[in-house]
Design a protein around this ligand. Sequence first.
Ligand code: YSA
Length: 346
Amino acid sequence: MLKKLDEIKSKAILELGSVGGLNSLEDWRVRYLGRKGELTNVLRGLASLSLDERKVIGASANEVKALLEAHLEQKRAALKEHELSMSIELGRIDVTLPGHPLPCGRLHPTTQIVREICAAFVAMGFQVVEGPEVEWDYYNFEALNIPPYHPARDMWATLWIDYETETGERPMLLRTHTSPMQIRVMERTRPPVRVVVPGKVYRYEATDATHESMFYQIEGLAVDENITLADLKGTLYEFARRLFGQERKVRFRCDYFPFVEPGVELAIDCFLCGGRGCRVCNETGWIEIMGAGMVHPNVLKRVGYDPSIYTGFAFGLGVERIIMLKYGIDDIRLFYGNDLRFLRQF
Ligand code: YSA
């Protein structure tokens, strides 16, 4: 049987040399390696041999099989290459034709606007920093002048993390706003401070046309000597002009946030109804895009800044609301619905 195997090997390799095309190569494969091929027949015959014979002849047959398979692959590659160069030579393949376009992704509209807004503030001298989405109660509330059980906590419907300290407290949460980064930045820098902080925030809220439970905010903070409310207004007017153009109406109104004094809210006239009132603006004609104010002295004291020397302003804007205003989108839920028909428009 060993002799037979040797014969098959020599004959197969000899014949392979004269194979000139992919079709005759397939005939060769069937003749030697196919289910009813010569080598397979030898392997089938192993069953009638003794165990010792089977070991020797089986190993040898497998060697021959591996060798023939390797020759087959080599020959196939060589024939394919030859056929390709012949096709090019004969003009059957036009190598000057443009290739098939590769599918190409793009930036999500939120990412695009986050970058645009940050660039507007960078041009006004702000730096961009980022911070954690899983936060401590201390940064999200307490250091921002919102002690435990303060009713202002109800302004931010909070998603708490199931983590308990040794004393039984549950101080970990998904940040409800980017304001905790005000504290983190001030803790590690001295004035002058000028930063913007883009990032995701989370709220335990029912969704509707203008509310999501996960959305993006951009926080802004400027602290130095002699900063006044006029600086805040000037900066935010300039931002609104850069992003929405000169003709958009901007409204400042008093608002309350425990970490500012005074606090304001900035709104822009509704893109859909032009200020007459509709479902997007809750019949008010205005869409609120950010909260802002002068940093509360208690917040400055908490991070070791002397409020008799330093003052500052801060703001926090909702990114998706800004995109809605800019492009006339009437439902915030479109952003994270993963509908490519919507996303491809940006
Ligand atoms: C206020 C004063 C400061 O000195 C600094 C920051 C702030 C903002 C404060 N941290 C805050 O979160 N205020 S807010 O609850 O009114 O949200 C800010 C903006 O986020 C809103 O003006 C709105 O544009 C957007 N927003 C709020 N809830 C939202 C939302 N966007 C989408 N879905 C929601 N559920």
